[in-house]
Write a protein that binds this ligand. Structure first.
Ligand SMILES: [Zn+2]
Length: 360
């Protein structure tokens, strides 16, 4: 499997786009432009984006694809007299990776300006502070270089309630087939979903397909239930960027490794994915020779939970691209896993028939 240049440029554009939870406009705009040839687009007031495949007939069961558009970010809570900014998290950060992160802060003009997540420098710590470990988020600040409250407001046009994202720029190491960047959870899922639909353009499928880029997943799966209400799916596939566990876990517990294909999650704290559907999908992967991994998670949480339990509910599975260091400013993923995920979604869309749905 080799990486298609169009695909990695789409990944680059989506990864670099700022889209903290609640502020996903730029991601939605990119996806909407890309989806123009795939089908009709509509948005709701929460900025969930719906893409209806051109080939839909309207009288067949509906497969809902979901990938969340948002990323973990920060939000400006207050401006301090010294010009630094107090913030809250949008979603749960990998906290140890937060200090010293280069960030972009949206100002009142809608521009993203550079800043740094700062904490009390070691030079000024007391002996007790030096041994206390990393400080709480409330003791950190975002520094845009302002010297006073007035300067932060008047020169930098900072205001509270504005989003902050990592300043990381995407890189593709072509030789080693590796992606480096931010927001791979879930922009790799968004990109895999869009790429699969692009490749299926003009092809007849057994069911109708509505793809959703849903918003505000990282702050507690808030907006996917609205999307599920609207689409009324008969069955669903949730695309994800899933935390890889292959660098700091015992070998026998590794369930989401780099370069071993997409992860299918039996359960996490939010959901048990419809077991018969899950087993059918795993068998399909085997039949098609597509590498996949299986995971049973204690923590986590994903939009499949909302789709399975909204209104009449619909069976859902999760197809996740492994991402090392998700929920930090610097993630690593592989082109191999991305391509295997695209192929897996295509296989699912080609093989889910009304009869299969009825049997699940
Ligand atoms: Zn995610």
């Amino acid at each position: 499997m080799s990486m298609d240049a169009n695909a990695w440029r789409l990944i680059q554009e989506l990864s670099d786009a700022p889209g903290a939870s609640g502020y996903e406009e730029e991601v939605i705009r990119i996806a909407r432009r890309y989806a123009q040839t795939i089908g009709a687009c509509e948005e709701d007031f929460l900025r969930n984006l719906y893409i209806h495949r051109k080939e839909n007939t309207g009288d067949r069961p509906v497969i809902m694809l979901d990938a969340h558009a948002d990323e973990v970010g920060l939000i400006i809570q207050a401006i301090k007299p010294n010009g630094t900014l107090r913030f809250l998290q949008l979603g749960r950060w990998n906290r140890g990776a937060l200090i010293s992160t280069r960030v972009l802060v949206r100002n009142a003009d809608g521009e993203y300006i550079p800043g740094v997540v700062a904490a009390k420098p070691v030079h000024f710590m007391t002996a007790a502070e030096k041994t206390a470990g990393e400080p709480d988020v409330s003791a950190m600040a975002i520094d845009v270089g302002a010297t006073s409250y007035e300067e932060a407001v008047e020169r930098f046009h900072i205001r509270i309630g504005e989003p902050v994202v990592p300043a990381t720029k995407f890189e593709y190491d072509e030789k080693n087939d590796l992606f480096f960047g931010k927001a791979f959870d879930c922009r790799l899922g968004c990109a895999a979903m869009l790429e699969a639909l692009r490749r299926l353009q003009g092809r007849a499928l057994p069911c109708d397909v509505v793809a959703v880029l849903s918003t505000q997943e990282e702050v507690g799966r808030r907006n996917c239930p609205v999307a599920a209400n609207r689409v009324k799916p008969d069955i669903a596939i949730v695309m994800e960027g899933c935390p890889a566990d292959d660098t700091f876990c015992e070998p026998y517990m590794i369930q989401t490794a780099l370069k071993k294909g997409p992860m299918f999650r039996h359960m996490d704290v939010s959901v048990i994915c419809a077991p018969r559907y899950q087993r059918w999908a795993l068998n399909l992967a085997k039949e098609k020779g597509i590498p996949v991994q299986e995971a049973v998670r204690e923590g986590g949480g994903n939009n499949a939970a909302s789709i399975q339990t909204t209104l009449a509910g619909a069976p859902a599975i999760v197809c996740g691209v492994p991402v090392r260091y998700a929920h930090s400013a610097n993630c690593i993923a592989s082109g191999f896993d991305f391509e295997a995920s695209v192929q897996m979604v295509m296989a699912l869309l080609e093989h889910i028939t009304p009869e299969i749905i009825a049997s699940i």
